[in-house]
Design a binder for this molecule. Structure first.
Ligand code: ADP
Length: 191
């Protein structure tokens, strides 16, 4: 049966870094909605132009946009043991849409792996990443603060949602990359 893992956590928690190790070890297809949106922006598509402004203000893009991206990845990618959703769902509506989409084929989310770090560490990590990757939404403290507050308001309620479904597994994200990877793998091996 196809596995559907949700990789959860605040911005800067290290989801992208851990995703690389996870997809390799478990033969998963990595879907990062942030990366897909940055690709749209780079291509200059109409969708990308709309997304750019929202992203660069630390806001979320509309649910339907990312839901469509997820659906199309599920439909087109074959030959993997499962999918690793990174940065999706980010709102309750997206989580419900994901459940409905999977239910159409009698499937459901396998597990949520949540990498948790405190707010103080978010700022520090993102500023470090900005030097290496040059992402526009990493460029100023104001934008980062907006993303932190967007996370608390719109995304954090998902913890309760997945906890109620018995699918929430939290990993301490404050250690080094190897330590966090150990924590992540100790959850993955349960499924
Ligand atoms: P980070 O994990 O550092 O926040 P991402 O690359 O996951 O970075 O996302 C970058 C930005 O892309 C988000 O701040 C948001 O504007 C947009 N985005 C990504 N995923 C979603 C989503 N599921 N719903 C709405 N907007 C999204």
């Amino acid at each position: 049966m196809t596995k559907y893992y949700v990789l959860f956590g605040p911005p800067g928690a290290g989801k992208g870094t851990q995703a690389t190790a996870m997809v390799e070890k478990y033969n998963l297809h990595h879907i990062s909605t942030g990366a897909l949106l940055r690709k749209e922006i780079a291509s200059g598509s109409p969708l990308g132009m709309k997304a750019k402004e929202l992203i660069e203000n630390g806001c979320l893009v509309p649910d339907e946009v990312v839901e469509g991206m997820i659906e199309s990845e599920f439909r087109t990618v074959k030959g993997v043991d499962g999918f690793l959703l990174d940065g999706f769902p980010r709102t309750l509506a997206q989580a419900e849409a994901l459940d409905r989409l999977l239910a159409k084929t009698g499937e459901s989310v396998t597990a949520t792996v949540s990498i948790m770090i405190p707010d103080e560490m978010i700022m520090e990590r993102i500023k470090g990443r900005a030097l290496k990757e040059g992402r526009a939404d990493d460029a100023s403290e104001d934008i980062i603060n907006n993303r932190i507050s967007t996370y608390h308001k719109q995304t954090e309620p998902l913890i309760e949602y997945y906890r109620n479904a018995g699918k929430y597994h939290e990993v301490d994200g404050t250690g080094n990359i190897d330590e966090v990877r150990e924590g992540v793998f100790s959850v993955m091996k349960l499924f």
